[in-house]
Design a binder for this molecule. Structure first.
Ligand code: 5GP
Length: 190
């Protein structure tokens, strides 16, 4: 997506451990116009899909998924929660994720109330790196016996293992910006 790539080049900053910061328009301050362009682009790509729900993970996924939902008949957005005190084991689907930016293992969870058997799910997230977050969301969908239509990722670092890992599992993954390297702070797209 050309506009997204231009914004990444203009405002993106490369940090140690291959972390790309795009806080000025996606992960902290949000450019709403861009967000709806992202929604429109995912609609174009997944035009053959009719999701019952969009599944994402807090926090950055929520804004993106909300914009995407407006192009899919305002279907509900469900987001996996992180870091909650887990005292309701029977009421949630849970999965473990190794957080890319924090390096620690996290439990993510979704209430059983909001995912039903045979729900058609479109998964949306901001970044794909090692595929941990996406794999956990897919695990939750498996537990809930949902049907995953595809995964929409805003920025994928294709030189990291996540994309191949998830595609190998047989899932459709569509990425709006594919970064092939970030050596010496220079960002190159595929
Ligand atoms: P993965 O689980 O695929 O290793 O990493 C994806 C998750 O880690 C995303 O949900 C995102 O929050 C975070 N992440 C991974 N790489 C980056 C990055 O380069 N920049 C930012 N801002 N977040 C990232």
């Amino acid at each position: 997506m050309k506009l997204l790539e231009e914004m990444i080049i203009k405002y993106g900053k490369v940090y140690p451990n291959d972390v790309l910061k795009i806080d000025s328009f996606l992960n902290h301050q949000i450019d709403i116009k861009l967000m709806f362009e992202i929604g429109k682009e995912f609609k174009r790509i997944f035009n053959d899909c009719k999701p019952d729900k969009i599944l994402t993970i807090e926090a950055s996924g929520i804004g993106i998924a909300t914009a995407v939902s407006t192009y899919f008949d305002y279907c509900p957005v469900v987001f996996a929660k992180k870091d909650r005190a887990l005292n309701m084991f029977n009421e949630t689907y849970q999965s473990k994720e190794i957080s890319y930016t924090r390096g620690s293992t996290k439990l993510i969870e979704v209430s059983r109330e909001y995912l039903s058997e045979n729900d058609n799910i479109l998964i949306i997230d901001d970044f794909l790196a090692n595929g941990e977050a996406l794999n956990s969301l897919l695990d939750i969908c498996r537990q809930a016996k949902c049907n995953v239509l595809g995964c929409g990722i805003v920025v994928c670092k294709t030189y990291q293992p996540g994309l191949k890992r998830i595609e190998k599992l047989g899932y459709r993954v569509e990425c709006l910006a594919k970064i092939k390297s970030m050596d010496n702070g220079e960002i190159y797209f595929e």
